[in-house]
Write a protein that binds this ligand. Structure first.
Ligand code: HEC
Length: 129
């Protein structure tokens, strides 16, 4: 996606720091889902656990909700997962082997800033029912 909409969204979030406090949870979800979509995350991830793909293979990547459940009691998850998003997942030490396809997550440094990645990670970590 072009850099402009993402920049516009970020400036909106920053410039309206006070207003953001008043965003409804639904508005907050929509803004962060847009950031995830604009950053390319949703090409591989989904919000809710996905059934198998049309070709019968497992999903490409874990759903946000599955990640939230896996790390719900882990106080280091925010920092560690932000780093994983930036550097990509280690293909030799995968955390989702057998649950997702065979390809590891590539680095996302070209698609998202570390600050935005942290914002997304903190959002998806609380997407527990
Ligand atoms: C090309 C596909 C792809 C893209 C694009 C992608 N991911 Fe991933 N992601 C994966 C896969 C595959 C895994 C599972 C890695 C593993 O097994 O450890 C994963 C795992 C994760 C995890 C959990 C890591 C762990 O150690 O358990 C987080 C958090 C995550 N991705 C966030 C993101 C965010 C945020 C973005 C967008 C900036 C993104 N991903 C973009 C494929 C992708």
């Amino acid at each position: 996606m072009p850099a402009l909409p993402r920049f516009a969204l970020l400036s909106l979030l920053l410039a309206t720091g006070a207003a953001a406090v008043h965003a409804t949870p639904a508005e907050n979800d929509a803004a962060l889902l847009k950031l995830a979509t604009d950053s390319g995350c949703m090409a591989c991830h989904s919000v809710l656990p996905a059934a198998k793909r049309a070709d019968g293979l497992p999903p490409i990547a874990p759903a946000w909700r599955e990640i939230a459940l896996k790390y719900r009691d882990d106080p280091t998850a925010s920092d560690r997962l932000t780093q994983t998003v930036m550097t990509g997942s280690n293909p030799k030490a995968r955390h989702w082997t057998g649950k997702t396809g065979a390809t590891a997550m590539p680095p996302n440094t070209n698609a998202i800033s570390e600050a935005d990645a942290r914002m997304l990670v903190n959002w998806l970590l609380v997407l527990v029912p």
